[in-house]
Design a protein around this ligand. Structure first.
Ligand code: G3F
Length: 536
């Protein structure tokens, strides 16, 4: 193995939308940035949304296989049931000595009862932004977002984050099903006060001018803007982005007050790099960010604790007969239906094949502490029954709030390692009695919406999905004003380490129900600007 030293102004671990927010702000202010990602580059433009491919726009359901293929489970508990049908001559584990297998994130320390069994990481340039749903609601001012920042600052940061992510609310406005679903739900929930009524979901997406039947979903490349073009074109002096480079540890100075350098493994060439920088940023998601701190011996009391996750109530419905029949005579849709029917006489469904999906939500509000998304999504737990037309199916996902609790945590092993030979994570996660009651009320509310829209799709009746599957885990390096109960200060700087900043959902300190990406991008914008401000 050879060792090589590289120098930069800012070293960033993680190339998801949050790492890219740091990169764009810092390069815009004249800093040189070197960014690494443990995963490979999946597209020519760095971190592009893979759903932009024509194929998936024509058939969204095919994309569920892509998502599934990119989700690497973090902690797989041992299976205690013996394989009794195994050939008796085959290798069998000695149960007196071992609790289970240990490779590929199989984790003998994981108690299945308190696991986040579906918690997963997407390796790849762009991280989860290569396949995310792009839902970008703002967090509720009193219920979800942190009171540590004043309201007017939150508004400014949200404005800037929406610009970076290219958020729009109107991209699905023309859709017949969108209008239909929104109206039915507005009828079912007539008393919700503004601005918490049934409405169009804000999404990081835009409809394409050249072909309005297609959209362009935002990825990490959208956040990078022109930098993405430069990286794709191989321009010199732009962002130095290195895929398949794993940051193994950050090495503090002797007094621990700064990070001196990072040790990085080039996975393609099996060589170790020493990266020196003025500032270090870790934005490697809610699991791998605390993992890297742990591996570096940086272990403040709140590390991995106060972990929150959003329980999801889920079902799929098939639209009611009279709603679908009504489309034919609705003057707003009649023309399109006629055109469609004219050319597609064999099609029993009066909805054009390229009618965009519905994208509707009901925001969190004080009497309704849950976030409701009514759309079609490509998650594998919504794979379709083959004999029902996809246009008739609507997904309902209700996301609940779990209040932070220091005992809900991700811990790291000194004995077992994960796929990248880093400390194996183990989860401990339970719901308080209040959390449980809230989720039950949330399920009741989802049933109300589902009944208004249609009947349950067989196999997709209402259920709670496996914990962790929301992929919205927060709090594992939370932001705060007390080093005992938080890991970073309000500038996203790790307490007592002058040049180490963190980004990601792991900073969000409260229980939330709405999608966290927009808020994490907002906090990263603030952190990058504070970092620059301190240097001046
Ligand atoms: C989607 O409907 C949400 O919009 C995502 F944010 C979420 O991660 C996903 O479901 C997973 O269940």
């Amino acid at each position: 193995m050879s060792f090589e030293t590289a120098r930069t102004d800012v070293f960033i671990v993680g190339s998801g939308p949050v790492g890219c927010t740091f990169a764009r702000e810092l390069i815009g202010a004249g800093r040189r940035v070197l960014m690494v990602d443990a995963g490979a580059a999946l597209s020519q433009r760095p971190g592009e949304h893979l759903k932009n491919a024509y194929l998936y726009q024509r058939n969204l359901d095919l994309f569920s296989g892509v998502i599934r293929g990119h989700l690497n489970l973090l902690s797989v508990p041992p299976e205690q049931r013996p394989e009794v049908t195994l050939d008796p001559a085959a290798f069998q584990i000695d149960r007196k000595r071992y609790r289970g297998f240990v490779l590929n994130n199989q984790n003998p320390d994981q108690d299945p009862a308190v696991n986040l069994g579906a918690a997963a990481v997407s390796y790849g340039v762009g991280g989860m932004a290569t396949h995310w749903t792009c839902a970008t609601p703002r967090h509720h001012p009193q219920i979800e977002r942190s009171p540590l920042l004043p309201d007017d600052e939150w508004e400014r940061l949200y404005d800037a984050a929406e610009r970076l992510l290219n958020t729009h609310v109107g991209a699905f406005e023309e859709s017949i099903r969108h209008q239909l679903v929104r109206e039915v739900l507005q009828g079912a929930y007539p008393d919700l006060p503004k601005p918490y009524e049934v409405q169009s979901l804000p999404l990081a997406v835009e409809r394409r001018q050249d072909n309005p039947t297609l959209v362009r979903w935002s990825g990490a490349d959208t956040v990078l803007g022109e930098l993405a073009d430069q990286v794709a074109g191989g321009a010199d002096g732009a962002l130095d982005l290195r895929p398949e480079h794993l940051c193994k540890r950050l090495v503090p100075t002797a007094d621990g007050s700064r990070i001196a350098y990072a040790e990085v493994l080039d996975l393609r060439q099996s060589r170790t790099l020493r990266i020196e920088a003025e500032h270090f940023v870790v934005a490697a998601n809610a699991y791998l960010t605390p993992q890297l701190l742990y591996a570096s011996g940086i272990r403040p009391p709140a590390l991995g604790r106060y972990m929150t996750e959003q329980p999801i109530a889920f079902c799929q419905i098939v639209l009611r007969q009279e709603l679908v029949d009504g489309i034919v005579d609705d003057p707003r849709f009649a023309e399109r239906v006629r055109t469609h029917r004219g050319s597609e006489l064999h099609d029993p469904v009066p909805i054009p094949a390229d009618d965009p999906e519905p994208n509707v939500w009901i925001p969190v509000s004080p009497d309704r502490p849950w976030h409701c998304q009514i759309h079609r999504d490509a998650f594998h737990y919504g794979d379709l029954a083959p004999n029902v037309d996809t246009r008739l199916i609507v997904d309902l996902r209700w996301f609940g709030i779990v209040e932070p609790n220091p005992d809900n945590r991700i811990a790291f092993s000194d004995r077992h390692t994960d796929t990248h030979d880093m400390p194996q994570p183990t989860f401990t996660f339970t719901l308080s009695p209040q959390d449980r009651d809230r989720q039950h009320a949330m399920m009741g509310d989802m049933l109300r919406a589902a009944t208004a829209l249609g009947g349950f799709l067989p196999g997709s009746e209402p259920c709670f999905v496996e914990p962790g599957l929301g992929l919205h885990v927060c709090g594992t390096t939370r932001m705060g004003d007390d080093p005992e109960t938080s890991v970073v200060d309000i500038d996203s700087r790790v307490w007592d380490i002058d040049n180490l900043y963190l980004g990601g959902n792991n900073l969000i300190p409260r229980g939330t129900a709405s999608n966290p990406t927009l808020t994490s991008v907002a906090l990263a914008i603030r952190a990058a600007r504070r970092l620059i401000g301190r240097e001046k």
